[in-house]
Design a protein around this ligand. Structure first.
Ligand code: SF4
Length: 434
C-alpha cells in the first residue's frame, strides 16, 4: 500500500484537512439549504459557537493563504466592523441565539488585534447588544504581537476574552523577516508580559514548524524560549504551501526550497518531547497543554459536531447540519450586509455518512477515536465500518487498534492530515482544500 503520506518534499498544495466534505463540493446553488438551516437554528440542541473574522494584517506573510487585506484605509476598517456587527444582528433577528447561549466565541483572522482599542471596544459593545458571551466557556482572541499595546491588551481583557493567542511563529528575527512577518521577537516578550499582567485564564503561544530559513538550531532555540515563557498551551502547525501563497510561486519557479515533511515532523516531535518533559500534555496533533482541564473548548466542540455561526468575509459556518461559507470579496460582503442580507456564498448539506466521516477525521486529529461515541451518535461501528483503512494504518505502525476504538501512534499523529483522505469517500480523495 502506498500511503498518501509517502511524499516527503513540501510541494505546493494544501495539506491541512479543516472540514469534510472538501470545500470544492460546496455550491452557490445550494444556498437555500443554508437559509433553511439558519431558520432552524433556534431549535438546535448542539453546543453553539460564534466566530468573528477580522481580515486585516499589517503585512501579508509569504506563506499566508487566508483572506486578508493589508491595504485598507481606516474608513474601510470601520465599514467592515459595522458590517460584521450587522451580520451578528441579523442572526439574532432570525432567532439563532434565542434559546442557545454561546458555548464559545472566537475572534480570528487575519489579525483581530489589528483593530484599535476604540474600534475593538465599539465593536464589542454593539455585538454584545445582539449576543452575550459572558457565560461562554471560552472566548479566544488571536493577536499579532507587534500590534499590541498595554492598553489594548487590557481592553481585550475587558471585553471578557479568556484566551489570548499570540502568533509568535518563530523566535528568530531573521526567520520572521524572511517569511514576511510584521513583528519581531522583542515584541513577543513584551506582549507576553502584558498578557500575564492582564490576567487571562489562558495565554497560548502559536508556532510554525518549517518556516523558510528555519534551521534545527533556530527551532530548538524557539522551543527553549517557549518553555521559558511557560504559556498555558502551545499550538504548532507544520508549514504548508497552498497555491495562493507568495512562496508557492517561488517553489514552482524552482527558486525556493522549504524544509521537507520529515524535517518538520522531527522538529514537532522534538518540541512535543521537550514540552512533555516540562509537564505539558499532547492534546492533539497540533497542541500541547498544561494541567488537566480542556484548554481548547472551541476545537473540542467543533470536532464533536457543535454548531458555529461564522461571521466575516469568507467565514465558514456549520449550522443545523449544513455547511456554508460567506462570500469572499470585501465589497460584496459589506454591500450584502448594508442591504440587510446575510452574505452567504456557497453551501452543502452533507449526508449522514459525510457527517460521520467529518467527525471521524476531525477526532483522529486528537489522536484517538472512541467506538461508543460513534455508535451512540451515528449508529456506526467504527472498527467494522472502517476496518480496511484502520488495518492499513496499523500495519504501517501509524495506529494501534484498541478494544473499542483506535489510537494513533506518535508517528501517525505527526502526519495525521496526510492520512485522513484514506477515510474519505472515493470522489473526495484527491480534492483540493480551497
Ligand atoms: S498574520 Fe496571519 S493572517 Fe495575517 S498575513 Fe500573516 S499568516 Fe496571514
Amino acid at each position: 500500500m502506498k500511503l498518501p503520506s509517502s511524499q516527503e518534499e513540501t510541494q505546493v498544495g494544501s495539506y491541512f484537512v479543516a472540514n469534510y466534505p472538501p470545500f470544492g463540493s460546496w455550491k452557490g446553488e445550494l444556498l437555500p439549504e443554508a437559509e433553511a438551516a439558519v431558520d432552524r437554528a433556534r431549535e438546535g440542541a448542539a453546543p453553539l459557537g460564534l466566530y468573528l473574522h477580522i481580515p486585516f494584517c499589517r503585512k501579508r506573510c509569504r506563506f499566508c493563504y487566508f483572506r486578508v487585506y493589508t491595504d485598507k484605509s481606516s474608513r474601510d476598517v470601520e465599514r467592515y466592523v459595522a458590517a460584521l456587527a450587522r451580520e451578528v444582528e441579523i442572526y439574532r433577528s432570525r432567532g439563532t441565539f434565542a434559546s442557545r447561549p454561546l458555548e464559545f466565541a472566537y475572534f480570528g483572522g487575519g489579525t483581530p488585534s489589528f483593530l484599535s482599542e476604540r474600534q475593538l471596544l465599539g465593536l464589542a459593545e454593539r455585538l454584545r447588544r445582539a449576543v452575550s458571551w459572558d457565560g461562554a466557556r471560552e472566548v479566544t482572541f488571536e493577536c499579532e504581537p507587534g500590534t499590541l499595546t498595554e492598553g489594548k491588551v487590557r481592553a481585550i481583557r475587558e471585553i471578557a476574552v479568556t484566551r489570548l493567542s499570540l502568533g509568535v511563529e518563530s523566535f528568530d528575527d531573521a526567520v520572521l523577516e524572511e517569511n514576511g512577518r510584521a513583528h519581531r521577537s522583542g515584541e513577543v516578550y513584551r506582549a507576553y508580559r502584558w498578557a500575564r499582567d492582564a490576567g487571562f485564564a489562558q495565554v497560548n503561544v502559536d508556532l510554525i514548524a518549517g518556516m523558510v530559513g528555519e534551521t534545527r538550531e533556530t527551532w530548538q532555540h524557539g522551543v527553549e524560549e517557549t518553555l521559558a515563557l511557560a504559556p498555558d498551551s502551545v499550538t504548532i502547525y507544520p508549514m504548508e504551501l497552498p497555491w495562493n501563497t507568495i512562496y508557492a510561486r517561488s517553489v514552482l519557479e524552482g527558486t525556493l526550497q522549504v524544509p521537507d515533511w520529515r524535517t518538520k515532523r522531527e522538529w514537532i516531535d522534538h518540541a512535543f518531547t521537550e514540552l512533555e518533559r516540562a509537564g505539558y500534555r499532547i492534546s492533539s496533533a497540533y497542541t500541547v497543554v498544561r494541567g488537566p482541564e480542556c484548554r481548547f473548548v472551541y476545537r473540542d466542540a467543533l470536532w464533536h459536531g457543535a454548531d458555529m455561526v461564522g461571521t466575516g468575509v469568507a467565514s465558514f459556518s456549520h449550522l443545523s447540519g449544513v455547511h456554508f461559507q460567506n462570500v469572499d470579496g470585501f465589497e460584496e460582503y459589506c454591500a450584502a450586509l448594508e442591504a440587510g442580507r446575510l452574505p452567504l456564498g456557497r453551501a452543502l448539506a452533507p449526508t449522514r455518512r459525510q457527517l460521520f466521516i467529518r467527525e471521524l477525521v476531525l477526532q483522529l486529529k486528537l489522536g484517538r477515536i472512541e467506538g461508543p461515541y460513534f455508535r451512540a451518535k451515528f449508529g456506526v461501528d467504527v472498527l467494522e465500518a472502517l476496518a480496511e483503512p484502520l488495518r492499513e494504518l496499523a500495519e504501517e505502525g501509524l495506529l494501534e487498534l484498541e478494544e473499542d476504538g483506535a489510537r494513533l501512534t506518535r508517528e501517525g499523529l505527526l502526519r495525521v492530515d496526510a492520512l485522513l483522505p484514506l477515510f474519505f469517500e472515493p470522489e473526495h480523495r484527491g480534492a483540493r482544500y480551497t
